[in-house]
Design a binder for this molecule. Structure first.
Ligand SMILES: Cc1cc2nc3c(=O)[nH]c(=O)nc-3n(C[C@H](O)[C@H](O)[C@H](O)COP(=O)(O)O)c2cc1C
Length: 240
């Protein structure tokens, strides 16, 4: 089982997305998957130019010569695609959206009805690749991920991929400060690892495991107090 994992956090390994993604990928590898991992920040993936040359003049081939060709080759071989993104303005971050936009050479310009809906036929057929979404955000509530979930599930339907579920970490900004104080978080990281194992060995992740990844880390009020006090301290220090 080949896995292609992409993390679009500009903070890369120092970010909060990585805190959940790392054990998730470790769990997949421990279960026997072959994981290939990329940070969008280290790749050159230009935005789609909207020229439609990949549909008409050079079918299946983008005119832009950048790292997207390599990523498409990796994706062709992968049975599971992991999209890891911080929540930016209620959705995926820009570099991740660029990756999805640049998948357009994989479909043909024609429009067909599939499952009662307009779709483009795939150029290479649909392999029912699985897609996992992994995200974290600063706001406290789980429903901050709703727009991203709706978008990702729509993308899966359009791309002929199977949405295999999401590892979502609200108030993800609390993770690192809580780790510093030694607050108990092992169950969260262990659940991310277990989700990776389940996906590879059982083909799906249990709702209970995903709920543990997303569990409340601390109540809303202390989270707001802590975050606001932190920002005030930083602002005050910068004034001096
Ligand atoms: C440009 C930008 C937009 C953001 N938009 C949201 C948002 O809409 N909702 C939210 O809860 N957090 C938002 N955040 C906060 C990030 O999701 C949060 O800091 C996250 O932990 C970053 O993950 P990372 O450390 O892996 O990059 C935003 C951050 C940035 C820089």
């Amino acid at each position: 089982m080949k896995v292609l994992a992409i993390n679009s956090s500009p903070r890369m390994g120092k970010g909060n997305t990585a805190l959940i993604l790392t054990p998730f990928l470790e769990g997949m590898e421990a279960a026997g998957a072959e994981v290939e991992f990329f940070y969008t920040k280290k790749l050159k993936i230009n935005p789609c130019q909207g020229c439609f040359n990949c549909w008409l003049k050079t079918p299946g081939e983008c005119v832009q010569k950048d790292d997207m060709k390599m990523l498409l080759d990796k994706l062709r071989e992968a049975g599971i695609l992991v999209l890891a993104t911080p929540l930016y303005v209620d959705g995926m971050s820009g570099p991740m959206k660029n990756v999805l936009d640049r998948l357009i050479p994989w479909v043909q310009p024609f429009i067909e009805m599939r499952d009662g809906h307009c779709r483009h036929p795939g150029r290479e057929g649909h392999s029912r690749r699985k897609l996992v979404l992994l995200s974290n955000c600063a706001f406290w509530e789980m429903d901050n991920f709703d727009p991203l979930l709706v978008h990702t599930e729509a993308f899966c339907r359009n791309a002929g991929m199977e949405f295999a579920g999401a590892l979502l970490r609200p108030h993800g900004e609390a993770l690192r400060p809580m780790m510093k104080t030694g607050a108990p978080l092992d169950d969260v990281f262990e659940a991310a690892r277990e989700a990776g194992r389940q996906l590879v060995q059982e083909g799906q992740m249990s709702a209970e495991t995903l709920d543990t990844v997303s569990r409340e880390l601390l109540p809303l009020e202390p989270y707001l107090r802590g975050a606001n006090a932190h920002f005030q301290r930083v602002l005050d220090a910068l004034k001096k």
